[in-house]
Design a protein around this ligand. Structure first.
Ligand code: SF4
Length: 370
């Protein structure tokens, strides 16, 4: 006879194996056919995982294809100038991912002889590779029994097993990681990890989960207790700040004055225009910009449209931007270049500007001007 504890333990194990088996059966006939599936190449897996962080598949797919075409191997990526990598990444956002991607490729070439490490523990040593990505590579490429934990997995586990611990806190992360580690089967850990993520993306979705056709419905805690809409619990609200930029679009002949964005702020390493930041969008006023007054000495032609505001939303920031443009006669080009140099800016022609990675807000503005 079993005591209560061991009965619990056994029913848990049985439940885990039932859960895994259902997911493994569901996966082959429901999975999307994506280019990073059905491969054990760690480079392809790593690249796709980094691109897909905070990015929908439909948005990430063309970027993945561009990267594979431009850099077929990790060595090709390591040898590329970082500016080219940032330019290829343009529009995907979260640019630290692109910088880390490049640094990680270099690290693999320099420290690991061009070969990806083959264990979860070693993979964690790579730049920009956290627990989730290390687990994905270790399981998909090397079949190591380590569980991935992303938003989809949190949701499926929380609903199916009825866990209401807040997933945004460290306690929740620990609890869910333990649950995920216990649920992953020894056999086919690679397929299982892919299956649970795909199941969360396609069946057990954040809104309107398709419980009616769900193979786990009969034993799902959330379904039985009418908690599907309430789980998982996520209490932490992201604090969003508002920023107000006045960009100075300084045109002279075929060139513009630009600058490379520095560290400790958004869009590090990307190219934008000289700017002055204001306390709020309502306060944006060229008359309060020193740059504006300095540039007026070069240019009689100034254009500012207060009502034409570009709004750009990031995860933690809402950015409102106005542009003031200056059309400077070509006679002043060398004086303008000297001025730009003294400010740490750069005068660059349109062909060069096209090759540089720029924030989407700048790309949109430039496209509107065409
Ligand atoms: S029954 Fe609904 S909530 Fe439960 S696992 Fe299936 S899709 Fe998710």
């Amino acid at each position: 006879m079993f005591n209560e504890k061991s009965t619990d333990k056994i029913s848990k194990v049985l439940n885990f194996s039932y859960f895994a088996e259902k997911l493994l059966r569901w996966y082959p006939s429901n999975k999307r056919d994506l280019p990073w599936r059905n491969t054990q190449n760690p480079y392809i897996i790593w690249l796709s995982e980094i691109i897909l962080q905070q990015t929908r598949v439909a948005q990430g797919l063309p970027y993945f294809e561009k990267f594979i075409e431009s850099y077929p191997t990790v060595s090709d990526l390591a040898m590329a100038p970082v500016e080219d990598v940032l330019r290829l990444w343009q529009g995907l956002g979260y640019y630290s991912r692109a910088r880390n991607l490049h640094q990680c490729a270099k690290q693999i070439v320099e420290d690991f002889d061009g070969q990806f490490p083959t264990t979860y523990k070693e993979l964690l040593k790579l730049k920009g590779v956290g627990q989730y990505t290390a687990a994905a590579i270790a399981s998909f490429a090397y079949k190591e029994q380590v569980a991935v934990l992303d938003g989809n997995v949190f949701r499926v586990l929380s609903r199916y097993f009825g866990i209401d611990t807040d997933i945004s806190g460290s306690k929740g992360k620990k609890e869910f990681q333990e649950l995920a580690d216990a649920a992953i089967p020894k056999k086919h850990p690679d397929e299982y990890n892919q299956a649970i993520m795909e199941f969360g993306a396609l069946q057990c979705t954040p809104k309107k989960a398709t419980c009616d056709t769900c193979p786990l419905q009969s034993s799902c805690y959330a379904f039985a207790n009418d908690l599907v809409e309430k789980l998982p619990v996520k209490n932490k609200k992201v604090k969003v700040s508002t920023r107000a930029f006045l960009y100075h679009d300084i045109v002279c002949g075929d060139g513009k004055v630009v600058r490379t964005r520095g560290p400790k702020d958004i869009w590090q390493g990307l190219t934008d225009f000289p700017l002055v930041e204001f306390s709020s969008p309502e306060n944006i006023n060229p008359e309060d910009s020193n740059l504006f007054h300095e540039l007026q000495a070069f240019s009689p032609t100034v254009n500012f449209e207060k009502e034409k505001t570009y709004k750009h939303i990031l995860s933690h920031q809402k950015i409102f931007s106005n542009f003031v443009s200056f059309n400077i006669p070509e006679d002043y080009q060398s004086a303008l270049e000297k001025w730009a140099d003294s400010k740490g800016f750069l005068f660059c022609d349109s062909e060069k500007l096209e090759t540089l990675g720029k924030p989407q807000l700048i790309v949109k503005y430039l496209n509107d001007k065409k």
